[in-house]
Ligand binder design. Structure first.
Ligand SMILES: N[C@@H](CCC(=O)N[C@@H](CS)C(=O)NCC(=O)O)C(=O)O
Length: 224
């Protein structure tokens, strides 16, 4: 059984887990071993989520090359469309999910009080284990770290917040249009595009209370 080090609320861990389940690759979810950072850097070059330890002794990180490598090793069912134009769209939408929706996803999770309370309560058990501080303090530190690093330093401020909110709404509207007459974004079967959207939609906007309510009301096809 492969080991997937990450978090049950992490964007890229959610994307990878969706792919592994679709491919029928059994895995065990484990928290990122932050105490063994040096070993992780030796194995994969960086401490980030997710990291995969395979049963053949190989290690992998970074979900886009992981998915492309696994497509070569286990081609069926394929997630790369055969048509070149549709294949380009799949890669483009995956990149959009990976790189562009990250900002609104972190903003909705860490800017809104109820979302921040919920997710810091989960993360404290997954990444706070090595510290002896009381639980309430660990939660506050996690929320502060996430907000500072991934919201403020990523450019979300009074001048940009309306635009960042609208980025999420635009994604919901575009996906709703695509899903109006097909079960997956690019056809009858999931493609790289759908897996790219699992990070933002399945692991952040779908479960986090504030964006989840918007998704249920505005984009039920995306929620489904
Ligand atoms: N391109 C990488 C991105 C991985 C990534 O940035 N993961 C986030 C969490 S979902 C992370 O580990 N952040 C570092 C941290 O929070 O300490 C991938 O696709 O796997």
């Amino acid at each position: 059984m492969w080991k997937v080090y990450g978090s049950r609320v992490s964007y890229y861990t959610g994307k990878l887990e969706a792919y592994l389940r679709y491919k029928g690759i059994p895995y065990q979810s484990l928290p990122t071993p932050y105490g063994e950072s040096r070993m992780l850097v030796e194995k994969v070059g960086a401490v980030q989520m997710p990291i995969v330890e395979r049963d053949d002794g190989r290690w992998m990180s970074d979900t886009t090359p992981i998915l492309l490598q696994l497509e070569r090793e286990r081609p069926e069912p394929a997630i790369l469309p055969g048509d070149q134009v549709v294949g380009f769209m799949a890669r483009l939408i995956e990149d959009y999910g990976d790189e562009w929706l990250w900002r609104p996803a972190m903003h909705y999770r860490w800017s809104y009080a109820y979302d921040r309370l919920l997710i810091s309560n989960i993360l404290v058990d997954e990444v706070g284990g090595f510290s002896k501080a009381p639980r309430w303090l660990k939660r506050r530190r996690i929320a502060h770290r996430q907000f500072t690093n991934f919201v403020m330093k990523d450019g979300v401020n009074d001048a940009t917040r309306v635009h960042v909110d609208a980025t999420y709404l635009a994604a919901l509207d575009a996906m709703s249009a695509m899903l109006a007459n097909r079960p997956f974004l690019l056809g009858d079967a999931p493609s790289l595009a759908d897996f790219g959207m699992m990070g933002p939609m399945f692991r952040h906007f779908g479960p986090d209370p504030t964006p989840a309510e918007i998704m249920r009301n505005r984009a039920p096809l995306v929620f489904e």
